[in-house]
Every structure is written in C-alpha cells, then in structure tokens.
Design a binder for this molecule. Structure first.
Ligand code: ATP
Length: 355
C-alpha cells in the first residue's frame, strides 16, 4: 500500500450489510466494506453493478433499504448529506457557470451561516492555496466556459476540498474526458491524494484506472462485492472467474483435476493444481502470461497468424484440440511461421471449479 499523509479530520468509512431495492429489484445486496482513514479506494464494476448507488448511499444522497453506514465510529446511516460533510466530484462537472473559478472554489465557504463563515481574507487565502494545489493558479478570474474539461474537473476537486470534507467521493470524475487527459489526471489525483490524505472513494468502470490509482480496489458485480484487495492481489489472485475476465481478456479451457494433476484432454499439464478440488475444472489463460516453446511441451497449439507491433511480435495461436484462439505477445526475436506447431506454457495456473 502506498503511504499517504492522513488528513486531520478525515475518517474511515464502514458499510455493513448494505442492500438497496428499487421497486423490487436489488441494486445492492449485502455489501460489507471497510475503508481505512486516508485510503484511496476504487469501486470498480461493469455498468449497472451498483457502484453509483453505493457511493450515493455513503454520501447520504440515497438511503439503503438495509444495513448501516459508519463514518469513523459514528453511525451515519440516518445523517443528511450536510451532516456527513462529504466532498463530491461527479462526471459532469456541475460548476456554477456565472461564477469565476475563484468564486466557484469559495462557494461552499461563502454560503455558510455568518457565525461559521471564515473572514473574506481567509477565504481568499484558502482559494489561493487550493488553486496552487490543483495547479490552476492564475486562472482564478476565468469562467467555467473558458476552461478545458480537465481544468473544470480540477476546479470541481478544489471546490470539494475547500469545505474541508471528512471524505471525498468521486463518481467517474474523468469519465467525460479523452484518454490522454484522463491518464494525466489520474496521476495528478493520486499525487493530490498523497499530499492531502483524505479518505477517498473513486467510482470507475475502467480497470486500468482502478489498478493504477487505488490503494485497494473493490469489485462489484450484480450488486455484490466480488473481491476487495490491493491492485496486486486483485490482479495476481482474482477470487473468481468474473474478476479474472473483467480485468482483461482470457481464454477458458476445460480440464480435469485428478490425482493431484491437471489433465487437459487426458494429458497432464505442467501446472500446480494448488489444492483445487478433484473433478471438472476450467483453466483460464491470460495472453500475457503465456509463453511459446517447441511443440511436445505444454499445451499443444498451432500458429494461426502473426503480426508485428511496435512493441514486439504478436502471434495468434489456435489451441490445437480445443477450438479457441489466443493472442500471445512474443519477443521479436522469436520467429514462428503460420501453421507451426508449438507448446504453450503458462506462467500461472488460474484454475476454478467448472460451473
Ligand atoms: P454505471 O457504471 O452504468 O453508472 P453503476 O455500477 O453505477 O452503473 P448503478 O447506477 O448503481 O450502477 O445502478 C445499479 C442498478 O440499480 C441498475 O440496475 C440500475 O438500473 C438500478 N437503479 C439505479 N438507480 C435507480 C433508480 N433511481 N430507480 C430505479 N433503479 C435504479
């Protein structure tokens, strides 16, 4: 886990047994998740898996049908949005069009009741500090229409931070931006997080974004948590075929576990069953975890096609006895020809019981 300063006043979040029904259909079902103070966690899942609903329940914009939400040790289940003191950034920047950048950032502080409102000079200092933090100093007099999409999202983050929230909740904040800007903003957000140390929940359906950005990733599918772990744990030890295939292309082959060996079409594979139950199972191949060797070793295959990419050579291999195609990246100095017979070797056994 990457270390980050923990912001004074930020809290951990725990949700317990969260269920949510919309007119009889379950959007969330028994979700338990504990987020440490100062942690940056990504909620990752396909469309409709319940990410936004869970975030809205944590924010207090939506109430769960069952279960509880804790902010630190405080039961926040029935608190309003204002009482929870959360900072938000959404995909579609909801900046005030008629306010300058500086006034947008200051907004949350300037609308406070007079007794709680900081003096003008203190607000100006705070705005300046935040402009520097989000690297927009000099743009304070611009209006949202005069900013790029990425700059607007940075203003939105500064505005969320201005009110000293207990936690930051980000719902696909870079979702509407192009790939290059997204990538830059990811790194930028990670950097800001490491400096400010707010407990942060980041919703995304982008696997790369989640793995690159987060201390831990929580994967949702059909309203249930499939797995929670560090990016390495999620990638190296996916808990289910769903997680495995959601993280990238895989090819599935039916095998049998028998007498401590993994059999493919009756032949033993050089693969450790790692305690898998005896019986029918499925082995999943990740293209980047497969290497090619001479025929007669490993899983028999035939080179179906090949092409060179800027990074090296990619070949498409048809696995001989099973009509699947897998695209493997091989070092440029390895030369194969179409129709060559080869052996596929696996760096990792990814074995799950057959369903
Ligand atoms: P996306 O990535 O597409 O935003 P998501 O993972 O954030 O998806 P949610 O928006 O949380 O998913 O939706 C989860 C499920 O709950 C979906 O089936 C959705 O149709 C349903 N749902 C969400 N909000 C409502 C609502 N207000 N009324 C009825 N059903 C809803």
């Amino acid at each position: 886990t990457r270390s980050a300063a923990v912001q004074a006043g930020t809290v951990g979040i725990r949700v317990s047994g969260i269920g949510k029904e919309f007119r009889g259909s379950k959007a969330l079902d028994g979700v338990d998740l504990a987020i440490h103070p100062g942690e940056l966690i990504a909620l990752l899942g396909p469309s409709g898996s319940g990410k936004t609903t869970l975030l809205r329940i944590i924010a207090g914009l939506e109430f769960a049908t069952t279960g509880s939400v804790f902010f630190g040790t405080e039961d926040a289940t029935h608190l309003t949005v204002q009482q929870r003191r959360v900072g938000f950034v959404f995909q579609h920047y909801a900046l005030f069009k008629h306010l300058t950048v500086a006034d947008n950032i200051a907004y949350g502080l300037s609308v406070r009741p007079r007794k709680e409102r900081p003096p003008q000079a203190a607000i100006r200092r705070k705005v300046q500090e935040l402009l520097e933090l989000v690297q927009l100093d000099g743009l304070d007099r611009r209006y949202p229409a005069q900013l790029s999409g990425g700059q607007r999202q940075r203003v939105a983050l500064a505005r969320a931070l201005a009110v000293e929230p207990r936690v930051l909740l980000l719902d696909e904040p870079f979702g509407a931006l192009d790939a290059k800007v997204r990538k830059d903003l990811r790194r930028w957000l990670r950097d800001i997080h490491d400096r400010t140390g707010h407990t942060t929940i980041f919703v995304t359906h982008d696997q790369d974004e989640a793995l690159e950005l987060a201390d831990r990733v929580a994967i949702l599918a059909n309203g249930r948590l499939e797995q929670v772990g560090t990016p390495d744990e999620i990638y190296e030890k996916p808990a289910s075929p769903f997680v495995l295939s959601f993280l990238g292309d895989t090819v599935a082959l039916p095998v049998e576990v028998k007498g401590g060996k993994v059999l493919l079409a009756g032949d033993p594979l050089d693969v450790d069953p790692e305690g898998a139950a005896e019986g029918r199972a499925t082995i999943y191949l990740r293209p980047n975890e497969v290497t090619l060797a001479p025929y007669g070793t490993g899983i028999p295959g035939i080179i179906a096609s090949q092409r060179r990419t800027v990074n090296g050579r990619r070949v498409e291999v048809r696995v001989a006895f099973s009509d699947v195609l897998i695209e493997v990246e091989v070092p440029a100095e390895q030369t194969w020809s179409v129709n060559d017979r080869v052996g596929l070797h696996l760096r990792k056994a990814r074995l799950f019981p057959a369903d």
